[in-house]
Design a protein around this ligand. Structure first.
Ligand code: ARG
Length: 279
């Protein structure tokens, strides 16, 4: 089955506020034409392996390009995002309207619980679980209502490094069951949780340089991986495991604290048991 992704083209993208350390000192510094070229290149590469749907960008919602944060989709349901920061709350109604227009059954969390969608909630590809990052954006209390809404076990992981404020900046479950991640982004209990649930041969731990290059912020479609940049060692490791890595530089989006994975949202997620052999 062809995977389906949601993206938002970057005509309204800019760095106009600071809500993560990457944005600090970068107000108005992203170059519009270069951002458009980088996004276009990622879009074209992904469109060879996936059906890419687009949501209309909205003036005043510069971070709407980061569609990963719109919600978490599983089957016909989507748990809608409730952003931590007022700067992004305006996006909620546009994403909500889009999901409803597409026929998804939208679920909202209680009003005092923040949740930043697939930026902080990732389906594992080997175990029937959702990894949920919390500590910066998503509220730890989101775990139970998400588990109830989607009938799936949610494994919370506490993020401790402000540079890696969303789970998808420092962890990526891969199609063949591995987990690509930056261990220092998590507290020790969460690291232990990862080590308990993912066997040693399936853990691909990256160093700080790869983490800072957003190597974990990868889009994975079957054997294909799309990411901003990775070291020769990491590329060799992924290659030896049978993955084909395409490097798609996304410098302009990194000024806002996001890269490849953040610019996409998977729309065709199924319960993990059934999805295990799929892309
Ligand atoms: N500027 C955006 C924010 O701070 C970047 C979001 C990146 N998205 C992601 N899924 N990591 O919210």
């Amino acid at each position: 089955m062809t995977p389906t992704l949601l993206m938002c083209e970057p005509s309204r993208f800019e760095v106009s506020y600071v809500i993560n350390p990457w944005m600090l000192g970068n107000i108005n510094s992203s170059k519009r034409a270069l951002a458009a070229r980088q996004w276009g290149r990622l879009h074209r590469a992904l469109a060879r392996h996936a059906e890419v749907r687009l949501i209309e960008p909205v003036a005043g919602c510069p971070d709407m390009v980061f569609t990963a944060n719109a919600g978490l989709v599983l089957g016909e349901r989507v748990v809608l995002a409730r952003f931590r920061h007022g700067e992004r709350r305006g996006e909620e109604r546009y994403f909500g309207q889009w999901f409803k227009a597409q026929g998804f059954e939208a679920v909202s969390l209680p009003p005092d619980i923040s949740f930043e969608g697939a930026g902080d909630a990732l389906l594992d590809r080997a175990a029937p679980i959702v990894w949920m990052g919390h500590g910066f954006r998503t509220d730890e209390r989101a775990a139970a209502p998400i588990a109830a809404a989607l009938a799936i076990e949610v494994v919370p992981l506490r993020l401790v490094d402000p540079r890696f404020y969303h789970l998808d900046t420092c962890l990526c479950p891969l199609a063949r069951g591995e987990v690509l991640y930056y261990p220092a982004a998590f507290d020790s209990e969460s690291r232990r949780r990862i080590e308990t649930l993912v066997p040693a041969h399936a853990r691909i731990a990256v160093g700080e340089d790869d983490a800072r290059d957003f190597a974990c912020n990868a889009v994975n479609l079957g054997e294909h991986l799309f990411l901003n940049r990775a070291s020769p060692q990491l590329l060799a490791d992924l290659g030896a495991r049978g993955y084909r890595v395409a490097l798609t530089p996304l410098t302009e989006f990194m000024k806002a604290g996001g890269s490849a994975k953040c610019l996409t949202l998977r729309l065709d997620e199924q319960q993990p048991q059934r999805a295990a052999a799929a892309a």
